[in-house]
Design a protein around this ligand. Sequence first.
Ligand code: 5GP
Length: 203
Amino acid sequence: MPKKLKGRKGLLVVISGPSGVGKSTVVRKLLSIDLKLKMSISATTRPPRPNEKHGIDYFFITEEEFFDRDKKHLFLEWAKVHGYYYGTPKDFVEEQISKNQTVISEVDVQGAASIKESVTSGKIKCATVFIFLIPPSVDILAFRLRRRKTESEELVNYRLRAAIAELQVMEKYDYIVVNDKVDSAAEKIKAIINVEKERVLLN
Ligand code: 5GP
């Protein structure tokens, strides 16, 4: 028997992985199969792609606004990714965690490292789990980046080189999930979350 059952607490689920691995598609699927999960919507200085909506995919803001928010310590973490700034709003995550919710945060590898650092230093005081999504192969990653057709060939090659470098950090994560098929990757993450929620209960 555990020494103490402290009651249910919030859980921060950090999902990261190389650019183009399909993080946002898998996360979208995950949110559709587990309606209780709360998605953290990031702020970014990147212009919206066709079909992306403010407040749903991202909060699309100017660089000036971004740095103003950073100065006011409104980000849990932020990073420059492929020339644009991305940040996780702190208030939303803290509020949901305090309500014992499970929050999904999809960030690049720098963002995940920064959250890990905040957990280690005690700046973030909640249960966390770090999940790294990998492609079945580098060839498949290249194919997926090109299929998006949202970036030039030069940018695709740049993102591919960055992605290969990003794969080197995967051993720092709690779980590695292969994104072979979107549905099965989302199911695997859901199973991880369910197990981790039980672990939180016993802490
Ligand atoms: P995209 O522009 O393709 O939507 O995202 C580019 C990269 O930024 C992806 O790797 C995505 O996971 C990452 N990203 C999205 N939101 C955040 C955030 O709030 N913080 C950090 N560090 N990375 C983010």
